[in-house]
Design a protein around this ligand. Structure first.
Ligand code: 13P
Length: 344
């Protein structure tokens, strides 16, 4: 057993503490730039910093948010008052996480459109530096695409292998790995097909985590929900999504894993919350059922902020509300009435 097993388990449990979830604010500079341009804000290092400052200095966020995932550029930045983002988060009781993969690249030997996530070279050294900088958990996103003849076995197995190599290196460095095998919502596939591919992917991932001696108690899984493709004509109900997702995860995810923190994957903000609520309404599971949302926590707040200092307070109110709604969904207490309280 890893000599730091107790510490890893403690961090992982804190990440999925009751009523709390994770803010994924680890968009690469390129992706963040596109998000800014989409709201007609010019992309610059300073505006990316200012936007993250808005999120990270939201008073009271720590009541609903256990950790925030940052990008390499962001973990080195500070508030306008000169406090490092890591310390600003700490002041709110929020742990710092770091995205450590270097992106999904075309998979040699795979089928058209398939990718392998890169970033293993030099990862041991980078993790050491991130730990010194205050990161206590990390993220690596593998992408699995459903399509005609996709995914191939090559895509599933190479990505599972890389996820496990990353997870092992993280634990060696005293960092809890978020293991994220995302089966994309893109396409017109049915919910059944999503279920089938997710099950195959998760089985491959847990086999590799076992082979590579990853301590499951010191990991968090970040999966997609089981949902029909975004352009599928037949969309499942909230209840069907919740039941299919929990059923699949119960089949594939060992009870030793402390928590499952879903990605939102392009779902609307309120849908992501309602799905999480419906899953938690199904009763207790072997692991915590939580969130690690990016777009679903930020979308409305980003729009309200719009690059203007005078909008910071209003944007923070919106972000805090979304975080609170997802926190309520952690114990199946989310409702329309709670949702409407912001407008009131
Ligand atoms: P979304 O919730 O926007 O899918 O982002 C979560 C994430 O971190 C994807 O890697």
């Amino acid at each position: 057993m890893a000599s730091n097993a107790a510490e890893l388990e403690k961090i992982a449990r804190a990440m999925v503490a009751r009523g709390k979830g994770i803010l994924a604010a680890d968009e690469s500079s390129g992706t963040m730039g596109k998000r800014l341009q989409s709201i007609k804000v010019q992309d610059s290092v300073e505006l990316r910093r200012a936007y993250r400052e808005m999120l990270f200095t939201t008073k009271g966020a720590g009541e609903y948010v256990s950790g925030a995932i940052l990008y390499d550029e962001t973990i080195r930045q500070s508030t306008s008052a000169g406090k490092s983002f890591v310390n600003a988060l700490k002041d709110e009781g929020i742990l710092t996480g770091i995205k450590v993969d270097t992106g999904a690249k075309p998979l040699a030997g795979g089928r058209k459109g398939e990718t392998i996530t890169e970033g293993l070279d030099g990862l041991r050294e980078r993790l050491k530096e991130y730990h010194t900088n205050g990161a206590r958990f990390a993220k690596w996103r593998a992408v699995i695409t459903i399509g005609n003849g996709l995914p191939s076995r090559a895509a599933i197995e190479t990505n599972a292998h890389a996820l496990a190599r990353y997870a092992s290196l993280c634990q060696e460095a005293g960092i809890v790995p978020i293991v994220e095998p995302e089966v994309l919502m893109d396409g017109d596939h049915s919910i059944e097909r999503c279920q089938e591919v997710t099950e195959e992917t998760l089985n491959a991932v847990y086999e590799q985590l076992f082979v590579q001696n990853v301590l499951l108690e010191g990991t968090i899984l970040k999966p997609n929900m089981i949902i029909a493709g975004a352009s599928c004509k037949t969309q499942a109900t909230m209840q069907q999504v919740a039941e299919a997702t929990i059923k699949t995860l119960r089949r594939c995810v060992p009870g030793a894993v402390p928590g499952i923190a879903f990605l939102s994957g392009g779902q609307e903000e309120e849908d992501s919350t309602a799905h999480l609520n419906a899953m938690n309404a199904l009763g207790p599971q072997p692991w915590e059922v939580s969130f690690s949302y990016g777009r679903a926590l930020q979308h409305s707040a980003l729009n309200k902020w719009a690059g203007k200092a005078e909008n910071v307070k209003a944007a923070q109110t919106i972000y805090l509300h979304r975080a609170k709604m997802n926190s309520l969904a952690r114990s199946a207490k989310y409702s329309e009435k709670e949702e409407k309280k912001l407008a009131a």
